[in-house]
Design a protein around this ligand. Structure first.
Ligand code: PAF
Length: 283
């Protein structure tokens, strides 16, 4: 696996591959890789000739008081894992490669209709930080395909919308969430959980499954099931942010005719903000 730190090094290699007619798949990450990330890399491997992964802890998507400074930086282990998953190139830009005039002066990309709801409502600016860095990385890597996890479902829908709105020539592929044996969605932030919190954390997924089962069984009072799930989360020791049933394609509030739904939730356990979501077929 090759490493590139500058745009020039990255582009030289991409040019060479393009000249040979290779298709390129891209997996952007912030590092601290777990099995969920590696599944994205393996998916990329299956759909393209060349796989590029990036590691960049993007300051623009962290709010004041969030964990930018303490976000785990584990480059050595990440490189070994990417090599094992058969990535061809690891792009590890320094901050001035991504934001040459600093994040404050950076041209921004925003998806306002989707970036200010759900997680965006409690993390103002977060999704504009994500879309800005992803747009920049797409311009640098110029992939045919980019792969994202469904674990960050709102992020996935927002990136699809950005690509559609700006006619970016990249196809976006979503890959199913990888879970621990007890159901907890894998996340770089799970490492923040204290032992007791880790024991309670799978309850989030269990409650989303119970909500899904009620909707599949015919429940159509979505507000009532969302409320019941919020209350159950609070009883389990979480500080819930939201539980929301949305249309899967565009995160709009669902009408009664909508069948492909997604329930999304965010809740704190101690200092750790957990998010999760699952598909619902309300057929
Ligand atoms: O999902 C992530 O790890 C980040 O939001 C991303 C897409 C790498 C952008 O920084």
């Amino acid at each position: 696996m090759i490493s590139a730190r500058t745009a020039a090094d990255l582009r030289a290699r991409i040019r060479e591959w393009r000249a040979r007619g290779n298709r390129i798949a891209f997996v952007p990450t912030m590092g601290n890789l777990h099995a969920g990330h590696l599944r994205l890399v393996r998916h990329a491997r299956a759909v393209a000739d060349r796989v590029v992964a990036s590691i960049f802890v993007n300051p623009m998507q962290f709010g004041p008081g969030e964990d930018f400074a303490s976000y785990p930086r584990t480059l050595e282990a990440d490189s070994a894992a990417l090599m094992e998953a058969d990535a061809d190139l690891l792009f590890i830009p320094d901050i001035d490669v991504v934001y040459p005039r600093g994040p404050e002066q950076m041209t921004r990309v925003e998806v306002p209709a989707l970036g200010n709801i759900l997680c965006g409502a409690s993390r103002p600016g977060h999704f504009s930080g994500v879309t800005t860095v992803v747009a920049k990385l797409f311009n640098l890597v110029q992939p045919d395909t980019a792969v994202f996890g469904e674990k960050d479902y709102q992020q996935l829908v927002i990136i699809r919308r950005m690509v559609e709105d700006l006619n970016m020539p990249v196809s976006i592929e979503g890959v199913a969430t990888v879970r621990e044996p007890d159901g907890l969605a894998m996340s770089s932030r799970n490492g923040y959980l204290q032992a007791g919190e880790r024991a309670s954390a799978p309850r989030l997924y269990q409650l989303l499954c119970e909500l899904r089962d009620r909707v599949v069984a015919g429940e159509r009072d979505y507000a009532a099931v969302e409320r019941a799930t919020l209350e159950a989360l609070a009883r389990a020791g979480f500080e819930p942010d939201y539980v929301s049933i949305r249309r899967a394609a565009d995160l709009a509030p669902p009408g009664h005719a909508d069948q492909a739904l997604r329930v999304l939730a965010a809740a704190r356990l101690g200092v750790t903000r957990l998010i999760d979501n699952i598909h619902i077929s309300a057929g």
